[in-house]
Design a protein around this ligand. Structure first.
Ligand SMILES: [Zn+2]
Length: 116
């Protein structure tokens, strides 16, 4: 049995949106497609289910973004590669430096990438 520990959320933002992300600050997100890379060492499916749930306490940067109007997850993919390796191999540009990267020690810059 393959043990997936990493996931990517494909996210669509249908219109430009300003999102208040807890203490991180207010950020403007252009409309378009994004990919968010995360990991859960245990219980990946519970983590993914949490991302897909609308009602929840807002804890991670991604929670605030997903709660914003016009923002939705369009696809979920699972991987067994290390989170930062996968993130750095993924296309896209950084629009919010530091997003989802509070615990990143690999210099990703952000775990959310804008695909255009
Ligand atoms: Zn990283």
């Amino acid at each position: 049995m393959t043990c997936f520990t990493t996931y990517q959320l494909s996210i669509e933002i249908r219109r430009p949106v300003r999102v208040a992300i807890g203490r991180f600050g207010n950020f403007d997100f252009p409309a378009g497609r994004y990919v968010y890379t995360g990991s859960a060492r245990r219980n990946l499916e519970a983590r993914i289910a949490r991302h897909l749930r609308r009602q929840k306490s807002l804890r991670w940067h991604i929670d605030w973004l997903l709660a914003a109007p016009g923002v939705s997850i369009t696809a979920v993919q699972r991987f067994d590669e290390e989170e930062c390796v996968l993130n750095q191999a993924s296309a896209g540009v950084i629009v919010v430096p530091g997003f989802g990267a509070s615990d990143c020690r690999a210099g990703c810059g952000s775990h959310l990438k804008f695909l255009g």
